[in-house]
Structures are given as structure tokens and as C-alpha cells.
Design a protein around this ligand. Structure first.
Ligand code: PLP
Length: 367
């Protein structure tokens, strides 16, 4: 009798992970759709970053600086952070993966809000950890409910502040209260992918709090404010012991050379940064007002997008709206995968794009 064929098998639980599905970027028959599905920077990227990126093309035969020396120096100077407490990664997503690999043993858990960013749950499960979801009443993180999920097997708490896809945020006091109540061996990840867009004076990005904490990891990205999503550059600020653990397992050349060059230039492009912030502040307000005027429910957003809910009474579903917009070449993000099937997330675009999505939604709701 011949032996049954032996085939490679992924580790337990891996095939139960739902793969990340990004915002749509193409529509059949439309050459250049209006893409408001991935929270990218409507203004593009810094012209200085683009020039630096192109200049890096002359050195493509060389391995990148695996220590990100120049970028490390620049981030350290700008944010007044110790250089040895920084790690640079291929997008901030990579930090979540590294943290879960380094700190979760099978059966450990990590806690997040019920609508928390999808990348967390994938990273947790890939490390054979268990995801514990805390309810988010009115689509907002509630510190007490988050803490109620923490138990003796909790190793990490993920908090995006402001959050994706809700756009909501919690203030300084709440973040500090959350941290103060966590055991010292539980890592609090403060994901600041949208931190710069929050203009609430009671908000804090966590860097100050992290300075004196042994268990806070603050993550940031060049994908949103700096418009470098394609290049995949992120960084984290953490205690040296955590940086040391992550550095041991990261890929040695995880941030490529053109990406490092562009990020370095972007960091100093004050004009582009100011324009991006002003643009989001203006059009986020306008978008929320317009959506409200159409009878859709919105939440105050501190990010570069707005979440809109189609009330049951409107008898018009978010899914139908998404399809209606796509048929007109406008891509927004359905968020059923986040447990929000009645809502759409709309990134802030250029003026004509914002006006186009509102006009199309008005037509849809009238029809
Ligand atoms: C809350 C949140 N965190 C992190 C990221 C990851 O950003 P990146 O990997 O591009 O740095 C995103 C991207 O959409 C996000 O929404």
C-alpha cells in the first residue's frame, strides 16, 4: 500500500484568518475612477519627497541602510525622541506583525475595539493569539469596556486613536486612564496613523506618555499625512527592551532606499504638511455637513475620512449605495467586514471629487 501523499500544512488557525481586503481601486470601464476608498492623501505627496525618490533611482543596485540612519536622526530631531527607542518598518502594519510575533504565545490574547483596524486581528491570529473585542457603543472606544476584556492572558491592547474606520477618538485623560489601569506587562499600542489630523486640544498622540512608560508602543506612518502610502514607511517609538526584541526578528532591509529618501524629504516639507492638514480640516467639515444634509448619520471624525450610516428608515442600503457610486466611477469603502454593514467610509478627496460623491449620493437617495 502506498503512503498517503504528504503535503505542507499551515499552522493551526491560519486558514481561519480572513485575508485583508483593501479599498477598491478599479472599476470596469472607468480609466481613472475617483478613489476615496483607502484614506490616501488627496493632494498626492510632497514634491520634495518625489524628487528625493527619483534621485534614489541612481542607486538601486545598493542595499538600503538597514538602520535607517538619516531618517532615524530626522524623526528623533523632529519629535524629540531618543534614537535607540525608534524602529522603522515597511508601513506601520509591520510593527503590529512584529509585536504579535514577539509577544504572543499560542493562547495569549490581544484586546481591541469591536470595529478596530483589520490588520490587528490578522497579526494576532497569525501569531496564534486570540482576539478579544470590546464593544464600542456609539462607535467610540470606551476605556472601561476595553479594560473589561483584559485578563491574565492579555499581552497587547491595540488602540487606533483616531480610529479607522469610525474616525472617532478618545482624549488625553482617557488614554492615560487606560494606561494606568493596565498591568505593566501588557503592551499598549497607540496607533497614530491619523494622529496629525486630530485638532481636538484635549487629544494627545501618546508620545509624551510613552516617554516614561515601560509598556507603550506609539506607531506612526508616512502613508497618510505625507502621502507616501505606496512606499510603505512607518515607525514606532517604544522602550528599548521592546525595540530590541523587534529588531531581532525584523527583516534586515525592511525599509527600501527610495522609501527612506522620500520619507526623509517629506518630513521637512512644511508647506505640503500644512496644505494637507488644512485641506482635510476644511473638506472633512464640509463632507460631514453634506452627508448630514442628505439624511445620513455621521460621527465626528478626527481623521482624513468620514463614516456615514444609512439609517434603516431610508430604505437605502450602504451596499447599494457603494454599487451605485462605483457604477459612476466613484470608489468608497464598504465596511461590512468591520461589522458595520449599514455604513460607508469616504476618504476626503479633492474638491471636485468630494462634490462628485455628494452629488451622486444625493441622486442615489432620491431615486
Ligand atoms: C488605523 C490604521 N493604522 C495603521 C494603518 C497602516 O498604515 P501603513 O501600514 O500604511 O503605515 C492604517 C492604514 O490604513 C490605519 O488605518
Amino acid at each position: 500500500m502506498s503512503e498517503p501523499q504528504r503535503l505542507p500544512r499551515p499552522k493551526a488557525g491560519l486558514l481561519d484568518i480572513a485575508a485583508y481586503v483593501g479599498g477598491k481601486s478599479t472599476v470596469e470601464g472607468v480609466a481613472e475612477p475617483i478613489k476615496l476608498s483607502s484614506n490616501e492623501n488627496a493632494l498626492g505627496c510632497s514634491p520634495l519627497a518625489r524628487t528625493a525618490y527619483l534621485a534614489a533611482a541612481d542607486q538601486l543596485h545598493l542595499y538600503p541602510d538597514g538602520h535607517c540612519t538619516a531618517l532615524r536622526q530626522a524623526v528623533s530631531d523632529r519629535f524629540k525622541l531618543e534614537q535607540d527607542r525608534l524602529i522603522f518598518t515597511a508601513g506601520s502594519d509591520e510593527v503590529f506583525d512584529l509585536l504579535c510575533q514577539a509577544y504572543l504565545e499560542p493562547g495569549d490574547n490581544a484586546v481591541q475595539g469591536e470595529y478596530g483596524f483589520l490588520a490587528y486581528r490578522i497579526a494576532i491570529r497569525a501569531a496564534q493569539g486570540i482576539v478579544r473585542f470590546a464593544p464600542e457603543p456609539n462607535r467610540r472606544i470606551d476605556v472601561d469596556l476595553l479594560l473589561a476584556e483584559v485578563d491574565e492572558r492579555t499581552r497587547i491592547v491595540f488602540l487606533a486613536n483616531p480610529a479607522n474606520p469610525t474616525g472617532t477618538w478618545i482624549n488625553r485623560d482617557d488614554v492615560r486612564r487606560l494606561h494606568a489601569a493596565l498591568p505593566g506587562d501588557v503592551i499598549l499600542v497607540l496607533d497614530g496613523a491619523y494622529a496629525e489630523f486630530c485638532d481636538d486640544p484635549d487629544y494627545e498622540d501618546g508620545l509624551e506618555l510613552a516617554r516614561s512608560a515601560g509598556n507603550i508602543v506609539v506607531t506612526r506612518t508616512f502613508s497618510k499625512l505625507h502621502g507616501l502610502a505606496a512606499l510603505r514607511v512607518g515607525w514606532a517609538y517604544a522602550p528599548t527592551a521592546i525595540i530590541d526584541a523587534l529588531d531581532r526578528i525584523r527583516s534586515p532591509f525592511n525599509v527600501n532606499a527610495p522609501a527612506q529618501a522620500a520619507a526623509l524629504a517629506a518630513l521637512d516639507d512644511e508647506a505640503f504638511i500644512a496644505d494637507s492638514l488644512a485641506h482635510v480640516a476644511t473638506w472633512r467639515r464640509w463632507m460631514a455637513q453634506q452627508l448630514g444634509g442628505l439624511g445620513l448619520e455621521t460621527w465626528p471624525s478626527a481623521a482624513n475620512f468620514v463614516l456615514a450610516r444609512f439609517p434603516a428608515e431610508s430604505h437605502r442600503s450602504a451596499k447599494a449605495a457603494e454599487a451605485f457610486l462605483a457604477a459612476r466611477g466613484i470608489l468608497v469603502r464598504g465596511v461590512a467586514g468591520y461589522g458595520l454593514p449599514d455604513s460607508l467610509r469616504i476618504s476626503i478627496g479633492l474638491e471636485d471629487q468630494n462634490r462628485a460623491v455628494i452629488a451622486a449620493l444625493a441622486e442615489f437617495l432620491k431615486g
